[in-house]
Design a protein around this ligand. Sequence first.
Ligand SMILES: [Zn+2]
Ligand SMILES: [Zn+2]
Length: 130
Amino acid sequence: MYASCLCGQVKLVIKTAFISSSICHCQQCQKSHGAASAAYGVALKSEVEWLSGKKRVRKFASSERVRRGFCKDCGTNIYFYHKDHPNHLDIPLAILDTKPNLTPQCHIFVDSKVGWDPILDDLPQHAQSC
Ligand SMILES: [Zn+2]
Ligand SMILES: [Zn+2]
């Protein structure tokens, strides 16, 4: 699967299928994405290949164990990384240029879901993480 940022300078390929996929409703994803929620695919870090622009990716420590990578020029969120899962890189599905092999399987952190964007699917909902 191919992914890129809004300005097109950061490009990457995820060489193998996502392990899992979820929609996160935590407040940090809300603020970081400027959206009610953010859908991610969990990739093996070793299977993510940077095609261009890796040096344009800045890291933000949104909490002690979390790093969020974003394009320094256009602000697009490129990845979510948690130190508890050092082999994983969570890629926002919305930056993919090709179809994901998986669509989201569940909602997480629905405890902090916004009130103005109801969940209209039948996927399992978890108060915190899965
Ligand atoms: Zn960019
Ligand atoms: Zn989140």
